[in-house]
Each structure stands twice: as C-alpha cells, then as structure tokens.
Design a binder for this molecule. Structure first.
Ligand code: SF4
Length: 367
C-alpha cells in the first residue's frame, strides 16, 4: 500500500493540469473550468452505465433533440422514451430515467437538486451518478468512483482488496486524493486518464501525470490492479419463443409484466426461461393459454437465437406458427403487430434478434 502523504502532494494539481491540456471533447461536456448543465450530465451518466462513449453519443443527441429539457422528457409518453432507448439495454434504466425526470419536475420545479444526498433520493440515481452530477454540474466535492477511477486509485495505492467487496475501502482512499477545488474537472480528468492512459491491460505510465505518485508503477505490476473476485460462470437458460403469424401476416406480441427483466416491454411469447430443456407440453400449454390451439395451420422450427443478460445466457428456439383463422382478439396485453410497425414500438434487442432470425430465414434465397 502507498503511504505517500497525498494531503500535501501535488497529485490533484497534476491531474487538473493534464485535464487542461488533454480533456476529451464530448457532447455533454463543457470545456475545463466551466460547470456543465445538470440535465446533460445526468442524462449522459445514466446512458454511460455499462456502455461505451461511442455507443452513447448518437443516443444522447437523439434524446436532447426530442426532449431538450428535463420538463420535455417528463411530459413525454413512456413508450416514446423506451423506443428512443431501444438498443442501449437495461430498460429498467429508461423507465427510471422517465420517473426521475417527473420527480425533478414535481419535487424540484424542474431544477436538479445540487447535493449528493438529495440526488440519491431520485429514481435510478445511485451513489455513482449522484456523486458525478454533484461534482460535475454543481462543483460539490463528491468522491466519484466509476470503473476507470477505481482502476487508477487501486493502482496508485496498490490496493490489495478485491472488488467489488473492497469498494468502500477504495472509496475512502479515493477521497484522500480528491481536491476541494474544481471537483468536477478532477472527476472528468480521472475518467479520461482511465480511458486513454491508465487502461486495463497496457497502462501508458510514461504519459501519466501522476506516475511519480503511483505505487504500482514503481513496482511495475500495474496490470494486476484492481484485484477482482473470480467471476461466477453464468448459467444458460433455454426457452421456446413463438412467432405466431395470422393470415394478414401480423405477428402476435404480448407485453411483459411491469416488474422484472425487460419489464413492460413487448415480446414474442415464450415458455419459461429455464435451465432445463423445454418440454413439448410447455409449448402446448403456452399455445392454449394464448387461445391459439384450434387454428394452427403450419409449424416450423428455426435455429437458436442467443443473447446474454447480466446474470445468464439465454437460448431461444423460435417456433413459427401460421394460423388458419384471420380474426383474433386484441387486448392490452396481447396485440397483433405488423412487421412494418416493429420500428415504432419499444422492441428489446433480444426480440429484435428473434425477428431478424425468423425474417432472414423466410426470405427467398438469391438465384
Ligand atoms: Fe495508471 Fe501507470 Fe498512471 Fe499508475 S502511473 S496511474 S498505473 S497510468
């Protein structure tokens, strides 16, 4: 562990000096020394969770174009927000984004609160986002700790604790380094150094402004930090997904329950996502539940569609079913959707993959 006295060192000044010269230009950023808009910071930080800067760029632009202020976002229909979010994954985040915009308007008259404690009370705002918004938009001396910053701090101190268990101890060490002056620029500087200099596999210590303060650099073992608990192997779940087509060519879809994975999103109905191979009786039960049994004209199988969620892999086997009858009931939960309308509804990536796989295999082969 590094016993250097950071309270009196030039560590923050070196970080800030580097930022003045090398800050990345990003759509939601202001130049060094200027406070950014809280709505912009919050929106970008929610989008950036577990996604790259390159992926977020176009989504951020689209959201700001559709909803330039938090009031605009709060008044938007939830389905529009979910559609604009489609492709970024983790739809619970988009729902909370919408809820949070409403809360900011109802509780704070459309102005984001400035303290970490108040920010933490907003839907979908966790410790990281609260600290980032407080520091970057309001210049509060909050300790911001994302994956990039964790890497830098754990290397500077040669922190032996394993993540995620050791995160609180690491936060305390990060706090020792943080300055009272320009906390927002300091946090963004560390994010940039983590993304461009102190990278996971090959840190460029020769280009790093704090190499003289870094214990791992001195020991030459930077790439071994942060120490991480061994990853659990993800289980694989399986299910049969139904692509039910009526005589008009519309496809049967239903809305998932509000709570849980892909909550409230439209889906092609499937059997329970389970570790076991799907029994035929499960498929029959599902078809009966949907009221489709009497009308089935033709059934064919398709190759497996694979998708990975945070905690498991999923393998969906599409079963394509053509119905003989044309008229079918529609309800709030079950709807017939034309394939040309798929772009207008909030279709999760997993369901897009199913649609693509089935549609690709139905196209006539080139001559
Ligand atoms: Fe990372 Fe190297 Fe800088 Fe240490 S000296 S913070 S390991 S880039």
């Amino acid at each position: 562990m590094n016993n250097h006295n950071f309270a009196t060192s030039d560590f923050p000044a070196r970080i800030l000096g580097w930022y003045d010269r090398h800050a990345r230009v990003l759509p939601w950023r202001k130049p060094p020394g200027e406070a950014a808009d809280a709505y912009h910071v919050w929106l970008s930080e929610i989008m950036l969770q577990q996604t790259t800067v390159a992926t977020v760029g176009p989504y951020y632009g689209k959201f700001l174009q559709n909803w330039p202020t938090v009031q605009d976002l709060a008044s938007a229909p939830l389905d529009d927000v979910l559609s604009a979010w489609a492709g970024l994954g983790y739809y619970a985040r988009a729902r909370n984004l919408h809820k949070c915009a409403i809360a900011v308007c109802e509780r704070y008259d459309g102005d984001f609160p400035s303290t970490e404690a108040e920010l933490l009370t907003l839907p979908g705002v966790g410790a990281y986002t609260a600290a980032a918004v407080a520091a970057i938009a309001f210049q509060q001396p909050a300790v911001v700790l994302d994956g990039n910053i964790e890497r830098i701090v754990s290397r500077v101190f040669r922190f032996q604790g394993e993540l995620p268990k050791g995160r609180e101890a690491l936060r305390e060490l990060a706090g020792r380094l943080s300055p009272k002056d320009r906390p927002g620029d300091y946090a963004q500087a560390l994010m940039d150094i983590g993304a461009t200099v102190c990278t996971p596999k090959k840190p460029e210590c020769g280009d790093c402004p704090v190499s003289i303060h870094c214990a791992a650099n001195m020991e030459g073992d930077a790439a071994s930090y942060p120490r991480k608990a061994p990853k659990k192997v993800k289980p694989t779940r399986k299910a049969v997904v139904l692509w039910v087509e009526n005589q008009k060519g519309d496809i049967l879809m239903r809305r998932r329950e509000e709570s849980g994975l892909l909550g409230g999103m439209m889906e092609f109905p499937s059997t329970h996502w389970d570790d076991q191979t799907v029994a035929d009786s499960e498929v029959t039960d599902l078809l009966a539940q949907l009221g489709m049994m009497p009308d089935i004209a033709r059934v064919s199988g398709h190759s497996v569609v694979k998708h990975t969620f945070t905690h498991f892999h999923l393998e969906l086997s599409p079963l394509v079913i053509r119905l003989a009858g044309a008229k079918r009931a529609t309800s709030n939960e079950i709807q017939w959707v034309s394939t040309s309308d798929f772009g207008d509804i909030a279709l999760p990536t997993l369901m897009k993959k199913v649609a693509d796989a089935v549609q690709a295999s139905q196209q006539p082969l080139p001559l």
